[in-house]
Structures are given as C-alpha cells and as structure tokens.
Design a protein around this ligand. Structure first.
Ligand code: PMP
Length: 306
C-alpha cells in the first residue's frame, strides 16, 4: 500500500501513522461498520476528479442507516472532507478513497445504541484491482462454494463491513485454487455478484446483468447500463444461472476498483475468445473516457479537486 500524508478522522486531518483506534472499538469485535470505495482519476485536462462522489457518499449514509449507525456528518461535510483529503495529500494523479463509518470505544456487548459513531476517510494511490494484465486479457473466475449472504440474514444493499466476511472467504478460496476472483450465487443458485464487483454477460450482442436483489447496488454497473444505452446496446436485467455463464459470448465484472474487468474463463470453461471480447472492450474504453472527463455528457458525475 502506498502511504499518503494525512487521513481525515471525525473532522480533523491527522498524520497517516497517527490514525489509530482503541483495541476495544466496538466494530473490531462485532463487525458493524460501513465503507465506501470511491475513485479519483487524472482527467484529460491534467486535473484530477472524483467520479460519482455524491453517489458514493449517499450510499455510505444509506448503508449506515440500514445498519443503525447515526452518522454525525452531513453528505456535504463528507463530500468536502474527501475533496480536501485529496488536496492536502496532493493526490492529483488519481487515488482510491476509502470512507469508513464505525463504532468506536466505550460500549461492549451487542446492543450498540450508545456506541459512538466515528467516521474516517483515507486515500492512497492504488492501481488496477485485478491487475493491468487482467484489464487487457481478462481474469480467471471460480464459482464459489459460498452462497452470497441471503437477504433473510444480511443487509446486502449496505456496503457493510460485516458483508465482507462472506466476500473474503470466497476470494481466498478462489485465489488459493489458482483463480483471480470468485463469483457467488444467491440462495436460489442464480448468480449474485463477485466478492467485490457486479457481473455482466454478453449473449447475442445484448448485455445481461442480474437485478440487485442479491448484490450491492453497484455504481459502476449503473454507469455501464447508461453507457450501453448511449451506444445502442440493449441491456437486460434478469437472473443468470451458472450454466448460462459457461456459454456466454463475453463476460465482465464492474466495480469502482475492478472498473471493467473482462473474464477469460469460468471453472475451466473458456468464455468466448478466451480474452477481452469486442463489446467488453467498447464498454471498457467508454468507461475510461467517462472517468477521465472525455465524455461531455458525463461531466456532471465528476468533482474536480484542483
Ligand atoms: N459488489 C460488492 C460486494 C462490492 O464490494 C463492490 C465494490 N464496491 C461492488 C459490487 C461494485 O460496486 P461499485 O460499482 O459501486 O463499486
């Protein structure tokens, strides 16, 4: 991890190495917290802009509401904190931003109503989540033995820290078995999402992606759906079964960190040409244009920091 100079904690900027918490912080023990993963890119005019800042901050507040944490900062205050964080750290070449809402020190036991709600935002330089090579050639995927936590037992729409135990177990299993990423199914056996990204297949020139019934409401997935509309590519939102994945013409992941990552094979079945497919390439290139401020229509999603 590339260190930056400052981290924002509860309204103050503190030195990177002083951004510590007490070992009896509630979240460390019981896992109730909410995160965001937001990205800033260097833009075509040499400046730097955060992509869909408002959408990410709103989702952080939504996740916190779902998991019963009253965030003591407004949407505007949190947006400002993230802009200033990049400015103070002079992160103008692009950065990953990680806001966190967590329960601090002072209360033990599961009932957390009186636990202090704390907020931090860190940012650092972070390259392609599934590797530069993965963006070009595609990644290798395993259908997980883990079921994506069902709606009856979790808060799937929340980007809740607790949800990432499920993701971590699936990711570890996949990587140890020689794959790059895990694809989790829901409790009915249909594709839900990857450990940290949403999922699309291409069949007969159409994009198919599951509804968000069993996944995070992915901000990148929404961008791709909007872009596909502009490009005249039809998007269908419906359930996808495991065997349909195997015979897809193309497949890819979407996520703020994963961006648009093509999928090369799934469980030893080669997907399409076994590399980045033509529609995936078009979508990927359009996405990179959007985040770099090259597409006028999408400039409204960019918050320039310099
Ligand atoms: N699902 C999960 C479990 C994730 O962690 C992420 C990454 N935030 C996504 C989907 C993709 O969401 P987004 O496009 O908003 O980054």
């Amino acid at each position: 991890m590339t260190e930056a100079k400052y981290i924002w904690m509860d309204g103050e900027f503190v030195n990177w190495h002083d951004a510590n918490v007490h070992v009896l912080s509630h979240t460390l023990h019981y896992g109730n917290g909410a995160i965001e993963g937001t990205k800033a890119y260097k833009t075509v005019d040499g400046r730097c802009a955060i992509f869909k800042l408002n959408e990410h901050t709103q989702r952080l507040l939504n996740s916190s509401k779902m998991t019963l944490m009253n965030v003591p900062f407004s949407l505007e205050e949190l947006n400002k904190a993230q802009i200033e964080l990049l400015q103070k750290n002079e992160l103008f070449e692009g950065a990953y931003i990680r806001p966190l809402v967590y329960l601090g020190y002072g209360v033990m036991g599961l009932y957390h109503k009186e636990a202090p709600v704390k907020v931090s935002c860190a940012a650092w330089e972070w390259g392609a989540y599934l590797g530069e090579e993965g963006l070009k050639k595609g990644v290798r995927v395993k259908i997980s033995s883990f079921t994506r936590t069902p709606n009856t037992s979790g808060m799937g729409k929340a980007k809740a820290v607790a949800n990432y135990l499920n993701s971590q177990m699936a990711k570890y299993e996949a990587v140890e078995a020689g794959y790059d990423e895990a694809l989790l199914r829901d409790d009915q056996g249909y594709i839900a999402e990857a450990s940290g990204a949403c999922f699309f297949i291409v069949r007969d020139g159409k994009l198919i992606t599951p509804p968000n019934d069993n996944s995070l409401e992915s901000i990148t997935q929404a961008t791709v759906i909007e872009l596909a509309g502009d490009m005249g590519i039809e998007v269908v939102r419906r359930r996808i079964s495991r065997e349909e994945v195997y015979i897809a013409d193309e497949a890819f992941f979407t996520g703020t960190a994963a961006e648009i990552t093509p999928i090369r094979d799934v469980d030893a079945r080669v997907i399409g040409c076994g590399s980045r497919g033509p529609i995936t390439e078009k979508i990927q290139s359009a996405y990179f244009d959007v985040v770099a401020g090259k597409n006028e229509k999408y400039l409204r999603y960019l918050t320039y920091v310099n």
